[in-house]
Design a protein around this ligand. Sequence first.
Ligand SMILES: CC(C)(COP(=O)(O)OP(=O)(O)OC[C@H]1O[C@@H](n2cnc3c(N)ncnc32)[C@H](O)[C@@H]1OP(=O)(O)O)[C@@H](O)C(=O)NCCC(=O)NCCS
Length: 149
Amino acid sequence: MEICLASECDLESIASLEKDIFKDFWSIDMIKSQFEMQNSGYIIAKNAGKTAGYACFTYVCDEAELLRICVDKNFRRQGTATKIFGKTEEIFKEKSIAECFLEVRAGNVNAVSFYKKSGFEILGKRKGYYTSYNNEDALVMSKKYTREN
Ligand SMILES: CC(C)(COP(=O)(O)OP(=O)(O)OC[C@H]1O[C@@H](n2cnc3c(N)ncnc32)[C@H](O)[C@@H]1OP(=O)(O)O)[C@@H](O)C(=O)NCCC(=O)NCCS
């Protein structure tokens, strides 16, 4: 499995995975404009040239936000997201990020479990945040970094 920063030629495969997995999927235009933003990036995992998963992050000063992380169903529970997030955290370290935030559907037990295993803690809740998912609440989670980790 190759894990690296995505380049422009990876964006179509990211869009295709988005469409397969999320009801509120990002269009190719949204993916491209996020890609072009400063202080933002995608980490992609490829297996034999096929996109197995990706993450999208952004940061301002020493705060980062994990906007997306997703893995093709065929590559789940094999440590793929862990590797993708590990690479993302290498970038956080280079940028001296002190804390990473994210929002996740309260009912997305797989993702909440993944985030907890990855060191995130629940900070609070946003009521009715996900309109594409029956107004489900969002959990706001964060992970703090010290200079040592
Ligand atoms: C959440 C997601 C990214 C996890 O990807 P993954 O590659 O399967 O995760 P990993 O194999 O690295 O799992 C690491 C740990 O997370 C937890 N975890 C992951 N999937 C889980 C599941 N289905 N049920 C319970 N715990 C889970 C476990 O603690 C796991 O460790 P273990 O396998 O040793 O028990 C994947 O399920 C996914 O793409 N979901 C759909 C997209 C999504 O909801 N993304 C989050 C919101 S943007």
